[in-house]
Design a protein around this ligand. Structure first.
Ligand code: ADP
Ligand code: TRP
Length: 341
């Protein structure tokens, strides 16, 4: 099974990213052949500073390595290091209906907010389809917000197969009956459900870079502590019972604590007798226990830029090998491939 996902290189990763995405990516490296790439080409729809793009792409790659992504198991690379993806993007663009893209949420939202959209934002889903289809991906772990993009990817793959694969039947898109699955394999989205679907930030809203309420994974120790001790809470006195829902502290603690400890903490909230500061201290301890080793690895990785260069170069080479037969078949089908005989 081939597992693939892309990560936008934007900003410092936070607890929401960790529990909502990064942790699953790392553990999925044991479930199949995993390919993860830094979506630097996609980031160009918003970043207009080359130095910043290059730096943040490397930072995200280092974050994943620090969190346990093992380059011996998973393939880690930069999207831009596989130029075939932009070639496939064009073949797909050529047959993607405008209407399909006009229904895209991110494009529609931007237009609704009165922001002028660039063609890159409009065709963002086609590049994403190319990312996925280029490697014959089976499973694509993503957040809920990306599910529509996966549906578009499947639609685009069916369009391509229907146009270029003789005998392909769009009513039987995986080729189960016809035995003709097409050149481009239809992927499935894999959406993580449950508690980690929405990690709250220090103010109780969903944790997000754009709300400035994040707890970063690898900030320096003093800043991390300050952030955790500053989580929003009310003025309920120490001895009074407390509603675990009234502050994000309990939800955040629940992400780290064992089931037993979680139950004890909930009980203790409801009984009263302890101040919010006490719970924040415990959250800080658990945060450090869980992320301390990754933070230390991150510091060491930063000191060895050549290691990251090697990992990314090997990843890109492997990714291009996987892409090669798909691209051969695609070029041959559309008529740009070299013909023999
Ligand atoms: P941000 O909102 O900070 O810009 P991104 O959109 O870059 O975060 O999110 C990257 C990944 O992390 C997505 O897959 C998303 O589902 C996950 N994620 C982000 N914030 C949270 C959160 N608060 N709770 C759970 N998952 C999150
Ligand atoms: N659009 C995704 C996001 O913003 C990132 C991404 C780009 C991606 N290409 C992909 C995710 C291919 C999965 C597969 O999170």
């Amino acid at each position: 099974m081939r597992i693939l996902s892309g990560v936008q290189p934007s900003g410092r990763p936070h607890l929401g990213n960790f529990f909502g995405a990064m942790r699953q990516f790392v553990s999925l490296q044991n479930e199949g052949e995993a390919l993860y790439f830094i979506a630097d080409l996609h980031a160009l729809t918003s970043v207009r500073d080359g130095r910043e793009l290059s730096q943040s792409s490397r930072d995200v790659a280092l974050d994943y390595l620090a969190l346990g992504l093992d380059p011996k198991k998973a393939v880690l690379f930069l999207q831009s290091a596989v130029p075939e993806v932009t070639e496939l993007f064009w073949y797909l663009t050529a047959l993607t209906p405008m209407g399909l893209l006009e229904r895209g949420h991110s494009y529609k939202d931007k237009v609704a907010r009165g922001i002028a959209a660039d063609a890159g934002l409009f065709t963002y889903p086609v590049l994403m389809a190319a990312d996925i289809l280029l490697y014959g991906s089976d499973l694509v772990p993503v957040g809920k917000d990306q599910v529509q993009h996966l549906e578009m990817t499947r639609d685009i793959a069916v369009k391509f197969n229907a146009a270029f694969v003789p005998g392909y039947d769009p009513a039987d898109p995986e080729g189960a009956k016809s035995g003709k699955p097409g050149i481009l394999k239809l992927p499935k989205a894999y959406v993580q459900e449950g508690a980690a679907a929405s990690v709250p930030g220090v103010d109780g809203q969903k944790m997000s870079k754009s709300y400035g309420n994040t707890i970063e994974l690898v900030a320096d120790d003093a800043a991390t502590k300050k952030r955790i001790m500053g989580i929003k809470s009310d003025s309920t006195p120490m001895e009074s019972p407390k509603d675990p829902e009234s502050t994000p502290i309990f939800a955040l603690l629940s992400l780290f604590a064992s089931d037993t400890e979680r139950a004890e903490i909930e009980e203790s909230f409801r009984t009263g007798g302890k101040g919010y500061g006490h719970y924040k201290q415990r959250l800080h301890e658990l945060f450090m226990e869980t992320l301390g080793p990754a933070r230390e690895r991150r510091r060491r990785l930063t000191e060895d830029p050549a290691y990251l260069d090697d990992v990314l170069a090997a990843g890109a080479k492997k990714a291009r090998e996987i892409a090669a037969p798909v691209m051969d078949a695609v070029r041959h089908a559309v008529g740009t491939g070299r013909r023999t005989g």
